[in-house]
Ligand binder design. Sequence first.
Ligand SMILES: Cc1ncc(COP(=O)(O)O)c(C=O)c1O
Length: 284
Amino acid sequence: VNEIAYVNGQFVAKADAQVNIEDRGYQFGDGAYEVCTIANGQLLDAQPHVKRLERSLRELRIAMPDLNIEQLCLETAQQNHVEWGIVYIQVSRGVAPRNHAFPDKSVLPAVVITSRSMSYPDVFARGEKGVAVISTPEIRWRRCDIKSIALLPNIMAKQEARDVGAFEAWFVNEDGFVTEGSSTNAWIIRDDTVITHPVTNAILNGITRQVVIRLLEKEGLQLKLRPFTLDEVKQADGAFMTSTTVCVTAVTSIDGVDIADGKVDDRILTIAARYKEHVHSAAG
Ligand SMILES: Cc1ncc(COP(=O)(O)O)c(C=O)c1O
């Protein structure tokens, strides 16, 4: 396949795309990123994603590139013939001789955008069937609200899950509370209430999370923003995760313990169906 990437102002063949070895993203993980859904060639929830990128960069004191990010994302998707899939946008602090301290202000942030197709029918089917998760100690930094490209604890946790045949790992902090997944937000349903971690520096405020919160309100489901424990997950009536790439995905077990006897709660199926409609709404 002839994949095309946007790299610092140009569309280039991915095979020929290069970053400087002194890019601070490469050397320090010094940058931020976004992943957005492409639905029928359209960007889903573009504005909240761009706003969150702006916020991540502001918190990291990296200048927001003076570019039409939305347009460039669409162009990258088009160049790659992606009708249904994702775009990845990464902004690093740029290229400078290796030194922890920031480079001079004249150093411009480096921007890379890529896009790939994804099978949404497969994602939705897996989401309704449910997946297994494991728990893992929360070892991340205290600014998980920033969508940083430095993701070592996240990738270690994800691999820990995959090594035991699970799909995702949920971080559990020192107080015994679940914060979120390695690349997803975490939710449980208990009695009539849907519960997820409040927006603090301990989680990334997922765009999917924000959409789902709105959908819950429309469905008349109760929502409680509070941390929950691992025991609560095991005793829950249902559990699920959300993200741009997994949409709404049911969780049927944690650490090998079935949740609600491994049966997916009808309310999760409803939320998943409403989110699916949301994805299709972007497609026009
Ligand atoms: C740590 C983490 N939490 C939550 C999410 C979900 O965010 P979103 O719904 O915006 O994709 C992600 C997405 O990659 C993530 O990496």
